[in-house]
Structures are given as C-alpha cells and as structure tokens.
Ligand binder design. Structure first.
Ligand SMILES: Nc1ncnc2c1ncn2[C@@H]1O[C@H](COP(=O)(O)OP(=O)(O)OP(=O)(O)O)[C@@H](O)[C@H]1O
Ligand SMILES: [Mg+2]
Length: 265
C-alpha cells in the first residue's frame, strides 16, 4: 500500500517556479504562565504552501491546528522560528495584509444587527470600496452562493448553512488571494457540508486563490484538498501528500487508509 500511496505524490503546483505563499520555518509555539509551566502546541514545524494550492490541514482535536491558523493570520507570534506569508511576518505587518487574507471561521461570525448583504459588505467597507460598487459586489457573491432574495434577511432568519454561505460570500467578495478556513462546515449536516465543499473548491480554483483549510475529517480533507498535511500532536507533520485531480477510488481508499494509520499510530 505504501508504494501505491507514494506513487500518487506529484509535484506541488508551481512549487519549483514560485516562492511559497506561506512558509513555516522551524516554528515552535509554547503557551504557559512561567518558564517551568510551558505547553508545546507546535513543535519545530516547517511547511511551505505554494500559490494556487488548496491545503487541507488535518489532525485530531487539540493537535495545534488553530494555533497554526492564528500564526498565519498574524494573531499569534511564534515562540521560536519564523512564519512568513507573502514573504512577510504577518504578526508584525498585520495591517499590510488587509484585503490580502480572508478568513472563514468555524462559526459564521456574522454581525447579528447587519443584514446578509451588509455583512458581505463589511470587508469591502474596511477596504474603502465605494458604496455602489460595494453593494454590487456583495449582491453578486450572494447570488453566486444561492442567496439571491435573502439579501435583506438578518442572520437570525437564516439557517446555519445559509449563514455559512454568507460568510463564504464575505470572504470571496474582498478578492483576497489567500483564504484561511478553520473547520467552516463542521457544524452543518453532511449533505449541506458536501455541497458547500464543492462550491468552495470550485470558487477557489476559478478565482486562482490559495487556501488553507483546517479540518479533523478525513473525508473532508480528501474532498477539499489538492494537498493533505496530516498533523500529530504537538502540531508536527506526520504525512504530507499531493493529490492528483484524477485519483481513482482505489487510490483514494489507499490514501484514506494511510491517513487513518498515521492518525491512530
Ligand atoms: N492561548 C492558549 N493558552 C494555553 N494553551 C493553549 C492556548 N491556545 C491553545 N492552547 C493549547 O494548545 C493545544 C492546541 O490547541 P489548538 O486550538 O491549536 O488545537 P486544534 O488542533 O485547533 O483543536 P480543535 O480541533 O479542537 O479545534 C491545545 O492543547 C490547547 O489547549
Ligand atoms: Mg481548532
């Protein structure tokens, strides 16, 4: 089986030609109140993500996925090593990334006092996009995500799946090149999640974006990623595989088995 799996590895898209969009260089992140009471959430992790990749970061609960996510988003500083996004340090250049990174959180994080369209417009307001253009762009993305007719609904009047679509529309409307998603579909029923995953991957590909998608579901990682990075606690890479678009079901099954083995070892 290991042969079958390794033969599926293909070069990462653009890996030789382009600079990584995200680079972790020997990154360690510890949490703690004192020198003697430190918890290692990420341990000497090195990882490059290249432009155009959709990387599924897969790992069990508590293995450090959100900690990595927060370091990419510039919300946390590594304790040791370096995180670079587009060649810069996201923690020290937080404002530079405005409009360049869009985030879809695990819960939709919509503002309850703003309608669907006003929520989508939020990111555009922060980028100082003029009103009419803002509205037109927000409208287009809401329609694209099947929410035409719900523009003026408040979040409380929308279902969980619809709210999550509003948050995807908000992420795409800003036209950021890098999308970060932290288990955005984990609270939805499987059918809805499946549909949104398909919409999400085709939107990322059509719009030439790079995406990091965090999940603890093997199925979701296989459906979303063109590369899967499996993490083991404390966030350390246990398996890293590029998937071809034309994977057969037997090959997919072999990868699924391998991931299962890695996660249970
Ligand atoms: N601010 C913090 N202070 C102390 N410990 C923290 C902090 N943030 C995270 N941790 C610890 O670091 C570890 C990794 O947490 P993290 O949230 O990154 O996990 P995760 O992989 O995202 O898990 P989940 O799948 O449950 O979301 C956990 O043991 C957590 O308790
Ligand atoms: Mg998490």
């Amino acid at each position: 089986m290991s042969n079958a799996v390794s033969s599926l590895a293909v070069p990462a898209p653009g890996s030789k030609a382009s600079e990584p969009e995200i680079r972790f260089e020997h990154v360690t992140k510890t949490f703690g109140r004192s020198e003697s009471d430190l918890f290692r959430a990420v341990d000497d992790l090195s990882l490059d993500v290249y432009p155009g990749q959709i990387v599924a970061l897969l790992g069990k609960t508590g293995c450090g996925k959100s900690t990595m996510f927060n370091m990419i988003a510039g919300l946390l500083d590594p304790t040791e090593g370096k995180v670079l996004v587009s060649g810069r340090d996201p923690f020290r250049n937080f404002d530079w990334y405005r409009g360049k990174i869009a985030i879809v959180f695990q819960n939709d994080r919509l503002l309850p006092w703003r309608t669907a369209i006003e929520n989508v417009e939020l990111g555009l307001e922060m980028l100082n996009v003029p009103g009419a253009q803002r509205r037109e762009t927000a409208q287009r993305w809401l329609s694209r995500l099947g929410l035409g007719g719900h523009e003026n609904d408040y979040p409380h009047a929308l279902s969980g799946g619809m709210r999550q679509r509003v948050s995807i529309a908000r992420a795409f409307a800003t036209n950021a090149g890098l999308l970060l998603c932290d288990e955005p579909f984990s609270a939805l029923d499987e059918m809805t999640a499946q549909r949104l995953r398909e919409e999400f991957t085709s939107l990322v590909r059509e719009n030439g974006k790079t995406a990091v998608f965090i999940t603890h579901s093997i199925n979701e990682a296989l459906q979303i990623g063109d590369r899967i990075v499996v993490l083991k606690r404390p966030a350390k890479i246990a398996y890293d595989i590029n998937l071809t678009a034309d994977l057969g079901s037997a090959e997919k099954e072999a990868i699924r088995e391998k991931i299962r083995d890695v996660l249970s070892a």
